[in-house]
Design a binder for this molecule. Sequence first.
Ligand SMILES: Cc1ncc(C[n+]2csc(CCOP(=O)(O)OP(=O)(O)O)c2C)c(N)n1
Ligand SMILES: [Mg+2]
Length: 771
Amino acid sequence: MLKSVTTDIEALKTLDDRLRWLSAWTIHHANHIRENKDGLKVGGHQASCASMTTIMAALYFHALGPNDRVAVKPHAGPVLHAIHYLLGTQSREALENFRGLAGAQSYPSRTKDRIPVDFSTGSVGLGVAITAFSSLIQDYLTCHGMMEEADRGRFVALVGDAELDEGNIYEALIEGTKHDVRNLWWILDYNRQSLDATSTDRMFERFDDIFRSCGWRVVELRYGKRLKVALDANPKLKAWFGGLGNAELSALHYQGGAALRRRIEADLGKSAATFLKANDDAALASLFSDLGGHCMASLVEAFDAAQDDVPTLFIAWTIKGNGLPFAGHKDNHAGLMNPTQMAAWRETMGIPEGREWEPLESVGDIAGPGVETLIERSRVAREKRARAFAQIEVPEIPVPSGEEHSTQAAFGRIMLEIAKEGGTLSDRIVTTSPDVTVSTNLGGWVNQRGLFRREGIADIFAEEKIASAQKWSSRNKGQHIELGIAENNLFLMLAAAGLAGDQFGTRLVPIGTLYDPFIARGLDALNYACYQDARFLLVATPSGITLGPEGGAHQSINPPLIALGQPGLRHYEPAFADELAAMMELAFRLIDDPDGESTYLRLSTRNIRQIDRASDDWRDGALKGAYWLREPGANSEAAIVAMGAVMPEALAAWEELREDIPGLGLLSVTSPDLLHRGWSAAQAARWAGQRQPSHIELLLARLRRDAGLVTIADAAPASLSWLGGVLGQRVAPLGVDRFGQTGSLSELYAVYRLDGAAITEAVAEILLQNG
Ligand SMILES: Cc1ncc(C[n+]2csc(CCOP(=O)(O)OP(=O)(O)O)c2C)c(N)n1
Ligand SMILES: [Mg+2]
């Protein structure tokens, strides 16, 4: 890392100016110069960018080391693109096409942007919080000897101050503290403005207490060097400045020097006369804009002074829109400079018309070499190392023996087997759960593989020889990361662990467990994990009203519908243990496959008699989303279509009806999600001239075109009812469309019409309609 010298500070200031210009110009070009084909507002956030350019110049061109990773405040995306433009890793074409198809994305995106983006951001708060989990994963990898100490880096989040209203930040803060998180910098762009307005004063100067009490170092960068000197020399002025509310200060920044003068005169009277005389209006405006987050020397000093591994919050005071005509205005969040304002600024910057995109235009011969040296050093430091991460050998996953299983218990047995078996896969697995490790059957795995703690913790109960089924030794080689009850953190942890290959060069196989209904608690974080292409296995159990006595608050209804609409996540819902084993094996492969994805397994605590299989023919279909558990006859006029835990009812109804309805089929659906995807893809391909029917079309084509389908699942009926649209067959959908309640299985199945009687009635009715 370079040491701060005056020439570097000057060069960094020039880079700050360049970033402010290029980010604003990129947004301006997209809104005012590029042809607008549809009249839609293009947008962009010039004020949010200008608020951060000093911080980002200091960070990227001075403070960052080669292994450091950054989550950038989403609406400062154009600044990140400008940085890569200066580094030569972003093209002018992509900037000219900002917010256009295949152009630079509005908010940094790991998968859609072509520059190296460490973390996708966009949904405020999530990008901040994930850095804590990535840092924990870094500790995990080094403790396990999967990563060299020398490759360790720091995780940096560039945070908008209004992001601190997001509760997920505090959940991550608490979890991080429990795990003694380190190597973390959160740099707060403290412009005291959000989207709608200026922030309320009541939270003012409270954040430092919150972070300090969690063991963080808090560095406040309130005044720049010049402002500090002026205020230290004039205690009354300092007290006056310190007493201004957020809205007052923002308004003064917007109004400028003359307003500052009037206000100081009114508030301080004669005692400020000498100060006011020595500073004209322009000097006043410039002086009071010298806040810590706009003072390059202060930022560089603060970053240089925080080189240990203590997690640190930098509160960098800034002005939203600093240096732009709408600086400080409460409505500036989506504000755009008009062409006249841009032209005036261009003139001031000394940029000739037509040369707006030139990276170092108007930097000048004297400053040029210093700036280029900094860019070159940063280029070398930031070059993304193309890390080839080794493929993980996935062995055949054995099916647990036994005549009866619940899918949840079978999952626990399989995990235990993997733990005992050893090998690369089991060593790369890292499990995690928000306080439901035992109740999701991961306890056996943890008994074998231990809890992960960087500094091991004694198991007092074991030492005291108190009997317990859970013998969880905690050591820095353990493979289960226990989380507090915050499902959002589970998904952020899965996202961080699921990016380990790309971030650290070692693929992990993350498995997270939680209760199915509580997926909803972390939905945005789950979406965020998928959006970034993190790879993991999510095991949600128990699920549905099949949970019986636990009651409606724990009985999930709609997660299969969520999965149906979630890209990057494949839903499987097995009925039998052999299906589960096949699905887990594939899920592990998909984690390590460049074209793969994450998997969500929806499991149940219901013990189900296992099925005798004549062959392995079911397997391929089960992995594609459905197979005939009981083959339909030729030209069959009806089929039962069932998923998961209600399979025994479907089988019993099939037995009962098959004599009356010869040819009745029983289709076992293992993934409505995959069936729907395949169906949509086949349609799209047909429109492009390729005729390849989808898996579900082939399955349903075994029935008559006017056949009836009785669909049944312990889930929202819409999970399966859409199957009628595939070939136009009629559907009688059974499922759960009201909140559940406590009860025994047979009682609940009768009340919610998931039992054999309901199936029989539905089949009879659908056939009558045919008759
Ligand atoms: C979860 C979520 N909710 C709402 C938004 C819309 N939004 C984008 S930026 C923003 C305000 C951000 O203010 P701040 O974090 O202080 O950033 P600034 O622009 O002031 O730097 C809001 C509400 C969002 N992106 N994500
Ligand atoms: Mg703000």
